[in-house]
Design a protein around this ligand. Structure first.
Ligand SMILES: [Zn+2]
Length: 99
């Protein structure tokens, strides 16, 4: 019966991996929180206005900047920009999305 047990464990492990992202949201390995703004948090430029936005992950959060040049400014004072992002996120959760 050892084989059957191993098989069961394998299936359970596979089921865990296949669980929806929402269920795993609290885990360390969860997907980063989406970026709530449509503008660059550093420059205020509309994302995509200068070509593809620069996207990266900071902690558990996805950050989008209008260009890679803004990354330097972000890294200088990430707390300041994260605060802006969190404020925007709180706003977005209060009001239903306009789009
Ligand atoms: Zn920029």
């Amino acid at each position: 019966m050892r084989t059957l047990k191993t098989l069961t464990v394998t299936i359970l492990a596979a089921a865990c991996l296949a669980l929806p992202a929402g269920w795993a949201a609290n885990k360390q390995t969860a997907k980063p929180k989406p970026y709530p703004l449509t503008t660059c948090v550093v420059s205020g430029q509309k994302l995509g206005g200068m070509g593809a936005p620069y996207v990266f992950t900071h902690g558990n959060r996805e950050i989008k900047l209008c260009c890679k040049g803004c990354l330097k400014a972000f890294q200088k004072d990430p707390a300041k920009y994260l605060k802006k992002i969190e404020e925007a996120e709180a706003q977005a959760q209060k009001a239903p999305k306009a789009k």
